[in-house]
Design a protein around this ligand. Structure first.
Ligand SMILES: NC(=O)c1ccc[n+]([C@@H]2O[C@H](COP(=O)([O-])OP(=O)(O)OC[C@H]3O[C@@H](n4cnc5c(N)ncnc54)[C@H](OP(=O)(O)O)[C@@H]3O)[C@@H](O)[C@H]2O)c1
Length: 322
C-alpha cells in the first residue's frame, strides 16, 4: 500500500481525496519509482476539471515527478535500481510510489536535485521546445511572451534572454512584474491594467516581434496576431484563459508561421527526450536559467496547490512533496 491523491470524478479541487493504493510489481519494460517530488502543471487543472479526459476513474493526476528507482521489470536496460530519475508527460504522478515505462525516464545528473527535476521536466523541456526548436532564438530577435512569470514562462524567458533575444513579457498582477523582469524580460507589461498591444507597438517602434508565445489563449491570442513581424512565428501552446475561437487562424496576417507545439510531439523518441533534457540540464548548469520553485506543498495538499495555480496566485514552478 502507498498513499496517493485520488480523483474519484472530475470536478473542483475539493474532489481530491487522500487514500491508499496498491502498486503492483513493475511489469516488463517498467520501473518502480519511490518519488521524492512531484511537479504541478496547469494541464493538471484541465484534467481535474474534466476539460481533458483522464484514462480511468478514480484517476491519479500529475504528469511530472522525480525519485529513485526501487525495482525494475523484465527487460529494463535504460535505468538501474538506486538511480535517480525524472519524467514528464506520464499520467499518475500524485503518489508516493509509482510504476512508469523505463524508456520515458531520464537519469538525473548530480547537479539536478530531485526537487529541481520535478520543477523542470515538463515546464523546462517545454521551454526548450519553444525557444530552441519552434524558433531557434538568438541576438536580434524580439519576442512577446504571455504569462511570463508562470512555470514555463520564467524558464523560457530567462533562456530566451540567455540566447540573446529581447523579451517582452506580460503578467496579470503588479507583484509579478519584478519577478518576470528578474528572469529575462527586458520589458514587462501588466495586461490587466495596460493595453499590451499598444505597449508592444511602442516598444518595438511598430516593427513587431519575431515570435509570439501564448499559453493564455482566449484573452490574448487574437489581439497578439497583428504584433507579429513578417516571417514571424505564433506559437499557441496552452489555453489558461479558455480556447481561442476556431477560426482565429484566418486572422493571422500573411507570411507568418503558426504552430501548436506539444512537449509530447517534440520528445516522442527516446533520443529526442534525452537530448531535450540534456540541453535543459546544461543551460541550468551554465547558469543560463535559474529554476524558481516558488511554491512547495505536501502532496496531500494538492487541492490547495490547484486552487492557488488556478487563481493565478503562483509564480514560477510548484512542487508537491510526498
Ligand atoms: N503544449 C504543451 O506541451 C505544454 C506543456 C507545458 C505547459 N503547457 C501550457 O503552458 C501554460 C503554462 O503552464 P504552467 O504549468 O507553467 O502554468 P503557469 O504559467 O504557472 O500558470 C498559468 C498562468 O496563466 C496566466 N493566466 C492568464 N489568464 C488566466 C486564467 N483565466 N486562469 C488562470 N491562469 C491564467 C496566469 O498568469 P498571469 O496572472 O500572469 O496572467 C497563470 O499564472 C499552460 O497553459 C499549460 O497548459 C503546454
Amino acid at each position: 500500500m502507498t498513499k496517493a491523491v485520488l480523483l474519484p470524478e472530475p470536478g473542483p479541487p475539493e474532489s481530491f481525496t487522500w487514500g491508499d493504493i496498491d502498486v503492483p510489481d513493475p511489469g516488463p519494460g517498467e520501473v518502480q519509482i519511490r518519488q521524492s517530488a512531484v511537479g504541478l502543471n496547469f494541464i493538471d487543472i484541465h484534467f481535474r476539471s474534466g476539460l481533458y479526459s483522464v484514462p480511468q476513474l478514480p484517476a491519479i493526476l500529475g504528469r511530472e515527478g522525480a525519485g529513485t528507482v526501487e525495482a525494475i521489470g523484465e527487460g529494463v536496460s535504460e535505468v538501474a535500481v538506486g538511480q535517480r530519475v525524472a519524467y514528464a508527460g506520464l499520467h499518475g504522478a500524485y503518489t508516493e510510489l509509482r510504476n512508469a515505462p523505463a524508456d520515458r525516464l531520464v537519469p538525473l545528473p548530480d547537479h539536478i536535485s530531485d526537487d529541481i527535476a520535478a520543477a523542470i521536466m515538463q515546464k523546462g523541456m517545454t521551454a526548450q521546445v519553444l525557444v530552441r526548436r519552434v524558433c531557434d532564438l538568438g541576438p536580434g530577435d524580439t519576442i512577446l511572451y504571455h504569462a511570463a512569470a508562470g512555470g514555463v514562462g520564467l524558464i523560457a524567458c530567462e533562456w530566451a534572454k540567455h540566447l540573446g533575444a529581447t523579451v517582452i513579457g506580460t503578467v496579470g498582477s503588479a507583484h509579478k512584474v519584478p519577478i518576470a523582469a528578474a528572469h529575462g524580460c527586458a520589458a514587462v507589461i501588466n495586461y490587466e491594467t495596460e493595453d499590451f498591444a499598444e505597449r508592444v507597438k511602442d516598444i518595438t517602434d511598430g516593427k513587431g516581434v519575431q515570435a509570439l508565445y501564448d499559453s493564455v489563449g482566449a484573452k490574448t491570442f487574437e489581439k497578439s496576431l497583428p504584433l507579429l513581424a513578417p516571417q514571424g512565428t505564433a506559437a499557441l501552446y496552452g489555453q489558461a484563459s479558455g480556447p481561442v475561437p476556431p477560426d482565429v487562424f484566418t486572422r493571422l496576417p500573411p507570411d507568418r508561421f503558426f504552430i501548436r507545439p506539444t512537449l509530447g510531439g517534440f520528445t516522442s523518441t527516446r533520443d529526442d527526450l534525452l537530448k531535450t533534457a540534456r540541453e535543459l540540464f546544461d543551460v541550468i548548469e551554465r547558469g543560463g536559467v535559474q529554476v524558481q520553485i516558488n511554491q512547495t506543498y505536501a502532496l496531500k495538499d494538492a487541492a490547495q496547490a490547484h486552487r492557488d495555480l488556478e487563481a493565478r496566485r503562483t509564480t514560477g514552478s510548484t512542487i508537491l512533496v510526498p
